[in-house]
Design a protein around this ligand. Structure first.
Ligand code: NAP
Length: 204
């Protein structure tokens, strides 16, 4: 599959590498191809990947991962050009906002690209967990939500390819909850537990 990744940092770089290992073609959409992050992400993803502009990554990708800081979302969306019909994975967290943050990042993003199919995902775990999702034989969970069943299926398959398990958390309205969960993960990871923690939903 052709995947566009906007933001070649911790999250974009880690997922680019994992998906390239699975045989996907990656275009990292970057502002500066000579930046340290862009070059590191390209080197890690190898021959399956190339660097381009943000617009080139959006045009090339069937699925686009948005992994930029919250403050850069509007600029990146504008630079992307035509997002219509794209499946967009929103990994962005509004770090520093309150629990009651509404509308969510995902809904704000969707308002900027109403003809795209936005799926919230990868926001409630650290990049290090995506890099190594296994906890002694138990896979960490990646919670996702969105309004388009087909888009969620596509994203769920991409999540599973990283070794994470998928929990479908329903409609995009629930993104506000996943974004609050991310703030909990960040709070805990900054404490004694450190970053080697992840959420797991139990069921019976
Ligand atoms: N770190 C985590 O463990 C983690 C976990 C879950 C979710 N998240 C979320 O994922 C997002 C990315 O986090 P990160 O840790 O990967 O950040 P990061 O390492 O700082 O990388 C951010 C990337 O975004 C790029 N960028 C910034 N402004 C841009 C713009 N206007 N257009 C295009 N690219 C732009 C940066 O490029 P330059 O090099 O050009 O600045 C950089 O490659 C954030 O919203 C964060 O909250 C992070």
């Amino acid at each position: 599959m052709q995947l566009g990744i906007i933001g070649a940092g911790n999250i974009g770089g880690t997922l680019g590498k994992r998906w390239a290992q699975q045989g996907h073609q990656i275009v990292f959409g970057v502002r500066d191809p000579n930046s340290e992050k862009a070059q590191k992400a390209l080197a890690a993803a190898g021959a399956q990947a190339r660097l381009g502009t943000v617009a080139e990554a959006v045009a090339a990708g069937e699925v686009i991962l948005l992994a930029v800081p919250w403050y850069a979302v509007r600029e990146a969306v504008q630079a992307g050009g035509d997002w219509s019909g794209k499946v967009v994975i929103d990994a962005v967290n509004h770090v520093g906002s309150t629990i009651e943050q509404s509308p969510s990042v995902a809904e704000t993003l969707w308002a900027m690209m109403p003809s795209a199919q936005v799926v919230k995902g990868f926001n409630m775990l650290g990049w290090n967990i995506i890099e190594q999702p296994d906890f002694g034989g138990i896979a960490a969970d990646c919670f996702i939500c969105g309004d388009h069943a087909g888009a969620k299926q596509t994203v769920a398959a991409l999540v599973r390819e990283t070794g994470l398990e998928v929990v479908d958390c329903g409609s995009l309205q629930n993104a506000v909850i996943l974004e609050a969960l991310a703030r909990l993960w960040i709070k805990l990871s900054l404490g004694e537990m450190g970053r080697e923690i992840a959420f797991k939903l139990l069921g019976r």
